[in-house]
Design a binder for this molecule. Structure first.
Ligand code: HEC
Length: 172
């Protein structure tokens, strides 16, 4: 097993418990077609956001905003918009799918050809990131599709009991 595959496998212990995902080039249609305990999935079974007509978001989108802001914002800028230091994830998520997103966050990425050194750290062993990686993905997917605006979502669904259970067992 390569180091990369091992890191991804570790990440998978945290994230692949309830979700089966497929690998594809594009993230696909984001419409939520199923839900389990307040967590929504698209037709391929990948995690997705849900925003109602009043702008209220699902709980995962909300917690994703919080966790993004704590762990990714310092490089990727407020609301996923990018900085001089790291690319916009609002743009990136238009062309990378869930599997690629997970692998990149867990294993890191280094652009050696860039005139400026660009290094995405490998975060696969950081529980503050990996225990919430689906939520971060869901939030960024909503940002990337223009369904979730800038800043803290004003209203969100209540916290599902299943979220607390999963969080407790993941964070240990
Ligand atoms: C220390 C700074 C830093 C932190 C913290 C960081 N990133 Fe990155 N990230 C980068 C840089 C720099 C790149 C560009 C790497 C490259 O182009 O090779 C990148 C690239 C990425 C990419 C790939 C984008 C693409 O176009 O393929 C994803 C996805 C990503 N980061 C997600 C995240 C998430 C989610 C978090 C928080 C959990 C995070 N990053 C935290 C610096 C960071």
């Amino acid at each position: 097993m390569t180091k990369h595959a091992r890191t991804f496998a570790i990440a998978c212990i945290f994230t692949c418990l309830s979700t089966s995902f497929v690998f594809a080039d594009k993230p696909g249609n984001p419409a939520a077609v199923t839900s389990q305990d307040g967590k929504y999935a698209d037709k391929d079974g990948n995690p997705t956001y849900k925003v109602d007509k009043d702008g209220k978001v699902d709980f995962y989108s909300y917690i994703g905003f919080v966790r993004y802001s704590a762990n990714c914002l310092q490089c990727h800028g407020p609301d996923g918009l990018g900085s001089t230091y790291a690319p916009s994830l609002v743009d990136a998520l238009k062309s990378i799918d869930y599997g690629t997103f997970l692998a990149t966050v867990a294993g890191g990425k280094k652009d050696v050809s860039a005139s400026q050194q660009l290094v995405m750290p490998s975060l696969g062993e950081n529980k503050n990131v990996m225990c919430y990686i689906d939520a971060i993905y869901i939030y960024l997917r909503g940002r990337s599709d223009g369904a979730i605006g800038r800043g803290r979502p004003a209203a969100h669904e209540s916290k599902p009991a299943a979220f607390t259970t999963a969080e407790d067992s993941c964070m240990g």
